[in-house]
Design a protein around this ligand. Structure first.
Ligand code: ADP
Ligand code: MG
Length: 699
């Protein structure tokens, strides 16, 4: 598929396959996503429908790794330059030909049928496309141009027809390269994906495709190699350049027990890794998949552009008919048909969005759809969770206050045992406290987590509740009010047993990031927390935010909804299980990098690196992207309106119209490519060098 029109053709063909409820065709990813009535749908019918529409399904369609062998960005750029040169040369010849009267001389002295033969030969691929569309009862952009060329030919102007056809072919090439370039932003990610892994099986070592590595197998990684799978280090040490996943340039340490990720690079050290996920299931595989699928979630602007291109052709046809009926000039009519018909409209948004999403992914910002780029660009409310989002999410227990005759150790043992299976950062703090004092934990029975409140569990046959006053009322009313710190109350069998005080350090990069958000004009930033009033107000005051405290997860969603009802575009930033519903409800949910899996899944943007400066960067990227989109659309619209007007009034000879027609594509491509380059310059960190020089102390 070379252009958005192709994608639409394939989509319509797929829509008509029995059993297909809806089809979505992704141009850049070269994918079709089908919603089917029956999962056992006959795929050969799907393939046949695609082939009948004039396209093909590559043999490796089930394995999109093939994309990585396609030509890279440099190649397409070189070809483009070549294309530009030819284009310019031909333009010079045409202008000279017109001015010097060469074309009139040709028309008079070369027999018409020779010219017609030339038009037929050069235009054959285009005419075939038009005919195929006509058989399916469809009109494509080329249809109108072909009619124009036909009309010129019929009136004896075969040179004009020849030039129109020539530029149609050139336009096709321009379109193809624009699409290629769009694909490139995804492909440059794909190229980082490891292809093979060295699996060790006893004493034997064999090289297999990454897709064939099963979880539990052992994989060897030599210094300087890309780690082929997600896994746990079993043996060896290395510094690992994780920039492929996180965009972070500082290498991380890998040692036995540590997690490593596919596509990251082991430097200065060999590792033996037990695989946990490979290929598409790996973190990197999912990143690629999400970037590819970013095309699926179209925003309003993009949908508008799509809808516009549907109505556009009939309008052009009507203008052409009017020109002929009113003005009576066949040449003016031909010029109208020729100048207005390019794919540029359909390309204006995806070209920019995909360039931007691809570039953002490389910096550690995973944006799951174009729609979220649009929403971010116009967002006016930002809601931020506290624990784990504004704070490091690594609280320390700073105070232990037993009540009713419990000993400190007994209180800690009961509390930590009850928290044994909780994912909450506070639970982790209690467990670390227990471990620090060498206290052995009991295995809790009947564990129940209450998101945003705490846990209940049976420990040694006693019902232990740990958390806020919502789950542990007795301790809450029995203990003295303290002013600072998060309080974790512990009730045992409904009686007060004690209180822990926890403090969690703020993330150091938050104040600067918030300042930057304000500078971007986002005034309305609200702290949302399940923690108590005193802690929330203290932090909110220091950061200059407004706040809402003691919230349950459902309260957080309700706050998101309330802002949305006021017509605001809401961004929610969070990390926890308790944030997940609000993240999903927000126009854009952003999950912190260390966030729980459910938060990362529910969110629309995932930060792959623990760095708050990514948040304002995200807003800047989104705004710039939408700026480029608007420029693309505005430019194309203005260009076409002016072009059609000039043509209709006879100021644009068909030959010039044909040349003019292929320019918007090039403009859009050049404009969108700026996004790929600019993001790097925007103060995000420089990329890591592939190999770091060992420092003096041998690290
Ligand atoms: P935030 O909204 O700031 O991320 P949460 O909603 O996760 O905070 O938690 C709100 C409050 O609920 C905490 O301050 C704590 O008192 C209590 N809480 C939640 N989960 C737990 C848990 N597993 N153990 C103890 N307390 C918890
Ligand atoms: Mg949280």
């Amino acid at each position: 598929m070379d252009c958005a029109g192709c994608a639409r053709t394939v989509q319509q063909a797929l829509d008509h396959v029995p059993g297909v409820r809806s089809a979505e065709v992704l141009l850049a990813a070269e994918k079709a996503v089908l919603q089917v009535d029956d999962p056992g749908i006959d795929l050969t019918r799907v393939h046949r429908a695609i082939e009948q529409a004039g396209y093909g399904v590559p043999a490796a369609a089930t394995q999109d790794r093939g994309a990585s062998t396609a030509p890279g960005g440099d190649v397409s750029r070189r070809i483009l330059r070549l294309f530009g040169t030819i284009f310019g040369a031909v333009l010079v010849v045409i202008i000279a030909g017109e001015v010097l009267g060469l074309f009139d001389w040709l028309v008079e002295n070369v027999p018409w049928y020779v010219g017609a033969l030339g038009v037929g030969t050069l235009g054959y691929p285009v005419f075939r496309q038009v005919a195929a569309a006509a058989r399916r009862g469809r009109i494509i952009a080329h249809t109108l141009m072909a009619v124009g060329a036909g009309a010129a030919l019929a009136s004896g102007q075969w040179v004009t027809a020849l030039i129109v056809v020539f530029f149609m072919r050139m336009g096709d090439y321009a379109e193809r390269f624009t699409t290629e370039q769009t694909r490139d932003s995804v492909r440059s990610l794909t190229r980082m994906a490891p292809q093979t892994a060295r699996v060790v099986d006893g004493d034997e070592e064999r090289t297999v495709a990454v897709e064939d590595v099963s979880p539990g197998e052992f994989v060897l990684v030599r210094p300087g190699e890309r780690i082929p799978v997600d896994g746990i280090v079993i043996e060896g040490r290395a510094t690992v350049d994780q920039s492929a996943i996180t965009g972070e340039s500082m290498p991380a340490e890998a040692a036995p027990g540590r997690r490593v990720y596919a596509a990251t690079i082991a430097q200065l050290g060999a590792l033996r890794v037990r695989a946990t996920a490979a290929g598409r299931d790996s973190t990197f595989g999912r990143v690629i998949e999400m970037v590819q699928d970013a095309e699926r979630h179209k925003g309003d602007v993009q949908r508008l552009a799509d809808r516009f291109s549907t109505y556009y052709l009939p309008v052009v046809a009507a203008v052409a008919a009017t020109t002929y009926l009113v003005g009576g000039s066949l040449m003016a009519t031909v010029a109208v048909l020729v100048v207005a018909c390019s794919c540029a409209f359909a390309l204006a948004t995806p070209a920019a969005i995909l360039a931007s999403v691809g570039a953002a992914a490389k910096e550690g910002l995973l944006i799951k759809g174009g729609k979220y780029v649009e929403a971010l660009a116009k967002a006016d409310v930002v809601l931020v969770d506290k624990t784990g989002t504004l704070t490091l999410g690594r609280p320390e227990i700073s105070g232990v206050l037993p009540l009713n005759g419990y000993s400190e150790d007994e209180l800690i043992r009961l509390g930590a045992s009850a928290e044994r299976h909780s994912e909450h950062p506070l639970a982790d703090a209690v467990r670390r406290l227990a471990a620090g004092r060498g206290i052995d934990l009991a295995e809790p029975e009947a564990f129940e987590a209450v998101p945003g409140a705490g846990v209940h569990a049976l420990v040694d046959g006693k019902k232990v509740s740990v958390g806020s006053d919502r789950v542990a009322h007795a301790s809450a009313s029995a203990s003295p009010r303290s002013e600072s710190g998060t309080l974790l109350y512990v009730d045992v069998d409904g009686r007060a047993a004690g209180v822990f005080t926890a403090t969690d350090a703020e993330r150091p990069d938050v104040p600067r990031a918030l300042d930057e958000l304000r500078r971007l004009g986002i005034e309305h930033v609200v702290l949302l927390t399940g923690d108590r009033e005193a802690v929330a107000s203290d932090l909110a005051r220091r950061l200059g935010l407004s706040y809402r405290a003691e919230l349950l997860p459902e309260d957080k969603i309700e706050i998101v909804r309330a802002h949305q009802r006021q017509g605001r575009t809401v961004v929610m930033i969070g990390d926890g299980v308790n944030d997940a519903p609000a993240l999903a409800q927000a126009d854009v949910g952003i999950a912190m990098s260390a966030g729980t899996d459910v938060a990362v899944e529910s969110a629309h943007v995932a930060l792959m690196r623990d760095d708050w400066t990514l948040v304002p960067a995200l807003f800047r990227i989104a705004r710039r992207t939408m700026g480029v989109v608007r420029l693309n659309i505005g430019f194309t619209a203005a260009y076409n309106v002016i072009g059609v007007a000039l043509a209709a009034f006879g100021y644009l000879p068909p030959i010039y119209a044909a040349a003019a027609q292929s320019l918007p594509d090039i403009g859009i491509m050049a404009n969108s490519a700026r996004l790929i380059r600019q993001e790097r310059a925007e103060g995000l960190q420089p990329r890591a060098p592939l190999f770091r020089q060992p420092s003096a102390d041998g690290h």
